[in-house]
Design a protein around this ligand. Sequence first.
Ligand SMILES: Nc1ncnc2c1ncn2[C@@H]1O[C@H](COP(=O)(O)OP(=O)(O)OP(=O)(O)O)[C@@H](O)[C@H]1O
Length: 352
Amino acid sequence: MAVKEMAAKEMAATDADPLVDDEARARLAPLFHEFQDRGLILAVSGGPDSVALMRLAAPVAREIGTAVAVVTIDHALRPGSAEEARRVGEWAREAGLPHEIRTWDGEKPASGIQDAARAARYALLAEAARAAGAGAVLTAHHRDDQAETVLIRLCAGSGPGGLAGMRARADLDGLVLARPFLDLPKARLVATCQTHGWGFVEDPSNAAERFARARLRRVAPLLAEEGLGPERLARLAARAARAEDALDAVAEAAFRRLVLAETPLALDARGLLAEPEEIALRVLACAVRHVGAREGYERLSRLEDFWSRLASAIATDASFRETFGGALVTLAAGRLVLEPEPPRRARHRARS
Ligand SMILES: Nc1ncnc2c1ncn2[C@@H]1O[C@H](COP(=O)(O)OP(=O)(O)OP(=O)(O)O)[C@@H](O)[C@H]1O
């Protein structure tokens, strides 16, 4: 089916219509062609979304000849999770796909369990993909997941990067993380399973009130009444993503322009101050990451505070020497020099 025809068909589908085979093929086939040589991993929890992904992907994989393996992560957080993972295995067999269970048997923190479980899940999925020589991991994130992510980030006061939500294509530790259903309403995936009589499980933790995500789910209908429903939140994410990509491109060009020396990394401080604040912030974050001092990112509000101190030092020709995000940042003679922060223990020894 032609792409235009497909788009028209999808526009005509209501939020409760099951996906027809052509729609699924149009979404999945490009990825299956792209990874025909290396193969793909499908991340399947057993919920209706990922069961729909698995069942719809199986015929496309066969048709194109792409090796596909289904991976279920058993977080081992509640009784019955291992049994659920085994059931996914049965459904995968029914669909004619190989299945593997990877269990999270690392330390489980008392607080922030959802975040820890997510980090562990992605690490285990990447491990499984690498072991299979696969080039990509596909998840069944959908429009309602995206809307929830954007709401959570709105509540956290995120900038455009956060409001952009999840991307349909992202990096997963050097592999491709693809979300081919990211713009589809969840109801369509559920309807697809129901129409075909495909079994699925519901994760009881989804309903657990103690998780912020589940609490927000109660507020969501009220927001939707005010017009801020999943569709609008997802559109906000798409617009924020567009702005984010443009700002990143401008910041990258500014970074290249402002670099005076590579080792140690030195930037033109006055030039940085002359940039619009949003660009200066991004150049600074990029420079900090560049010295490779620490994994992860500092929070945006911390970056803003750091920049405000640094900007006033540049403006007044004051001296400046602070660490940020694992980088030692020094201002001297109009040059902003960034070096990896010396290890804390070594510094301590040097002082004592
Ligand atoms: N236990 C699991 N095993 C394999 N894949 C999983 C598992 N849990 C989730 N996934 C994959 O991730 C997708 C999103 O799941 P879910 O909405 O539960 O994640 P989340 O809690 O929103 O976290 P995140 O959005 O960061 O992945 C699922 O559709 C599925 O593809």
